[in-house]
Design a protein around this ligand. Structure first.
Ligand SMILES: Nc1nc2c(c(=O)[nH]1)N[C@H]1C(S)=C(S)[C@@H](COP(=O)(O)O)O[C@H]1N2
Ligand SMILES: [Mo]
Length: 525
C-alpha cells in the first residue's frame, strides 16, 4: 500500500463539484417521478409538480399571468412547468454544491421542497385526504435518495477502487446507482403522466362530444338574475371550481367515460345496462338547478347553482319499468356510497330529474361525479345527487336504508324554504344611514315569491327580488334599512312560490335540514 499517498489525503472526504451537484438533482428527479407515478395511479390533481405550478399561477400577480397568456398563448402552462423545472434544477445544484462534505444542506433543501409539494397539493382546489399520498411519497423518496447517494458518493470519493456493494468498485456502484435512479425517475414519471392523462383526456373528449351534441337548451338567463356586479354578492351561476363539494370519498374516483356503465335493476320489468354512448344517443336537456346540502346551517354556504346537461332520469326508469311497491331508487357510486330517492318524485311530471353528464359547459369535473351523476331538483343531495353513479336498484324504503339514512338522517329529504343574508357581512362596520341588505333565498322546486327584512325587531319590509329563472333555482334579493350609529340586527324571511312563509322555528341540520330565520349583526358608525 502506498502509505504516503494515504496520509496525504484530507481527513474528511470531499465530493467533487459535479458529483456533489448531481446528488440532489437525482434525488429531486426521483421525487418528482415517484410523485407523478402515484398521482397518475390515484388522482392526477395530486401531482406535487403540477400542484406547485398551479400554486404559482394562483399567487402570481394577475399582470404576470396575463403577460404569460399573451406571450405564450395556450403554451403558457408547459412554459410555466418548464420554468418550475429550471428553478428546481438550479436549487438542487446549489444545494449540492453546499453539500460537498455533509449531506445535511442537501437534505434540508430536499425536505423543504417536499413540504412545498405537500402544501401545494393540500391548498389545491380539489384536495381530498388521499391526495396526500403522492406528495408524501415524493418527499420520502427524495430524502431517501439524497442520503443514500451521498453516502455512496462519499465512499467513492475516499477510495474509488475499493470494493463496495457486491465487491464492485465503489465508483462503479455510485455510477450504477445514479443511472438506476435516473432511469427509474424517468420511467415512473412517464408512466404516471401517461396513466393520469387517460382520465384527463377522457374528460376532454366528453366535453367536446357534449359541445357537438344536440341539446334542448333552456332560455338564456334573463338579465338581472343577481346583484353580483353592483354589490359583490353571490353570483347566480356558480363557477365549477367554486361549486360546494360534499362527499365521503377519501380520494376522488378517477373514472373514464369509455368504461362507464350504469346498471338499472331490482324490482323492474327489464334490466338495463347503459353506456355513456347510450346516454349521448338519447335526447339531451339542459337544466339550471340549485343543489343544496342537508348539512347547510342557517347562513351556511353548502349551496350552489349550475346548468347541467343530461338525460331525463324518469324516461330511463320508465323504460326499465318499476314494479308496484318499488318506492325507492337506491343509487350507488363506484366508491360504494348510496342514496335513496323516492321513485314517485323522480317520475313526477315536470320534476326534471337528470342523469347529468355536463356542468356549466363542460363534462362534470372529477370531484363532481365524472362521468355521470344524478341531479334531482328539490331534494337535498344526500338522498338524490349520487356522483360517479353506476348502479340504480329499484327497491323499497322498507327493504333498504341508504348511506346517511343508516346514520340517522331522514329517509326523504325535500329541500326546505330558506334564505341567507350576504350583506352586510357578519360583524362588519358600515356607515350609519341607509344600509344595503342582500342575500339569496331558495325553495326548490317551488321557487320564491317574496323575501322580507326587518331590522332590530321592527316591521317587515318587502325586499326587491332579482329576475326569476325557475322554481328549481335560488333567487337573489336586496333591500335597505335605515339605521343610526350602534349595533344592529337584521333578519330575513322568505315565502315560497305556493305562498308558504319560511318557518321561524330553529331546527338543527340533523335529521332533515336546518330551519329558522337568518339574522346578521353589524355595527353602524
Ligand atoms: N358518490 C357520492 N355522491 C354524493 C355524495 C357522496 O358522499 N358520495 N354526497 C352527496 C351529498 S351529501 C351532496 S350535498 C352532494 C354534493 O354534490 P357536490 O359535491 O357536487 O356539490 O353530492 C351527493 N352525492
Ligand atoms: Mo349533502
Amino acid at each position: 500500500m502506498d502509505v504516503s499517498h494515504t496520509l496525504a489525503r484530507p481527513a474528511a472526504p470531499v465530493l467533487s463539484r459535479p458529483v456533489a451537484a448531481a446528488v440532489p438533482v437525482l434525488a429531486v428527479g426521483a421525487a418528482l417521478g415517484a410523485g407523478q407515478l402515484v398521482a397518475g395511479l390515484l388522482s392526477p390533481t395530486s401531482s406535487p409538480y403540477l400542484a406547485v405550478g398551479d400554486a404559482v399561477i394562483r399567487v402570481a400577480p394577475p399582470p404576470v399571468v396575463e403577460f404569460a397568456k399573451s406571450a405564450f398563448g395556450t403554451a403558457d402552462k408547459p412554459v410555466l412547468l418548464a420554468g418550475t423545472g429550471v428553478v428546481l434544477l438550479v436549487v438542487a445544484v446549489v444545494a449540492g454544491l453546499a453539500s460537498r462534505r455533509s449531506s445535511v444542506p442537501a437534505q434540508v433543501v430536499v425536505g423543504v421542497l417536499g413540504v412545498a409539494g405537500v402544501a401545494a397539493v393540500v391548498l389545491g382546489p380539489a384536495f381530498t385526504a388521499g391526495d396526500l399520498l403522492a406528495p408524501v411519497v415524493a418527499a420520502a423518496v427524495g430524502l431517501w435518495v439524497v442520503r443514500a447517494l451521498h453516502r455512496l458518493a462519499l465512499a467513492a470519493a475516499v477510495a474509488p477502487e475499493a470494493p463496495g456493494v457486491r465487491g464492485l468498485p465503489r465508483r462503479t456502484v455510485l455510477l450504477g446507482a445514479s443511472a438506476a435512479v435516473a432511469v427509474g425517475a424517468l420511467a415512473a414519471g412517464g408512466i404516471g403522466v401517461a396513466v393520469g392523462r387517460g382520465t384527463v383526456d377522457s374528460r376532454t373528449r366528453l366535453t367536446q362530444r357534449l359541445a357537438a351534441a344536440t341539446v334542448t337548451r333552456e332560455a338564456p338567463l334573463p338579465a338581472g338574475t343577481d346583484f353580483a356586479a353592483e354589490l359583490g354578492t353571490t353570483r347566480f351561476l356558480t363557477p365549477n371550481p367554486e361549486f360546494y363539494r360534499i362527499d365521503t370519498a377519501l380520494r376522488v374516483p378517477q373514472l373514464r367515460a369509455e368504461g362507464w356503465r350504469l346498471r338499472v335493476h331490482g324490482r323492474v320489468a327489464r334490466e338495463l345496462s347503459l353506456t355513456v354512448d347510450d346516454l349521448l344517443a338519447r335526447p339531451l336537456v339542459e337544466r339550471t338547478v340549485t343543489m343544496t346540502c342537508v348539512s347547510d346551517e342557517v347562513g351556511g354556504d353548502l349551496i350552489s347553482t349550475a346548468r347541467f346537461v343530461g338525460v331525463e332520469l324518469a324516461d330511463v326508469l320508465r323504460e326499465a319499468g318499476p314494479q308496484p311497491g318499488a318506492d325507492q331508487v337506491l343509487s350507488t357510486s363506484t366508491d360504494g356510497w348510496t342514496a335513496g330517492t323516492p321513485t314517485d318524485v323522480i317520475l313526477e311530471p315536470g320534476r326534471g330529474a337528470l342523469l347529468a353528464l355536463g356542468m356549466n359547459g363542460e363534462a362534470l369535473p372529477a370531484e363532481h361525479g365524472f362521468p355521470v351523476r344524478m341531479v334531482v331538483p328539490g331534494l337535498y343531495g344526500y338522498v338524490s345527487a349520487t356522483k360517479w353513479v353506476t348502479d340504480l336498484e329499484l327497491t323499497s324504503f322498507a327493504a333498504r336504508d341508504s348511506y346517511w339514512v343508516q346514520r340517522g338522517w331522514g329517509a326523504r329529504g325535500p329541500i326546505k324554504t330558506e334564505c341567507r343574508i350576504d350583506l352586510p357581512r357578519g360583524f362588519s362596520g358600515v356607515p350609519a344611514g341607509r344600509v344595503t341588505v342582500a342575500g339569496i333565498a331558495w325553495s326548490q322546486p317551488r321557487g320564491i315569491s317574496r323575501v322580507e327584512i326587518s331590522v332590530d325587531g321592527g316591521p317587515w319590509a318587502t325586499a326587491e327580488l332579482a329576475a326569476e329563472v325557475g322554481g328549481n333555482t335560488w333567487r337573489m334579493w336586496r333591500g335597505s334599512v335605515d339605521v343610526g350609529p350602534g349595533s344592529h340586527t337584521v333578519r330575513a324571511r322568505a315565502t315560497d312560490g305556493l305562498g308558504h312563509l319560511q318557518t321561524e322555528e330553529r331546527a338543527d341540520v340533523l335529521p332533515d335540514g336546518a330551519t329558522g330565520w337568518p339574522a346578521m349583526i353589524f355595527s353602524a358608525a
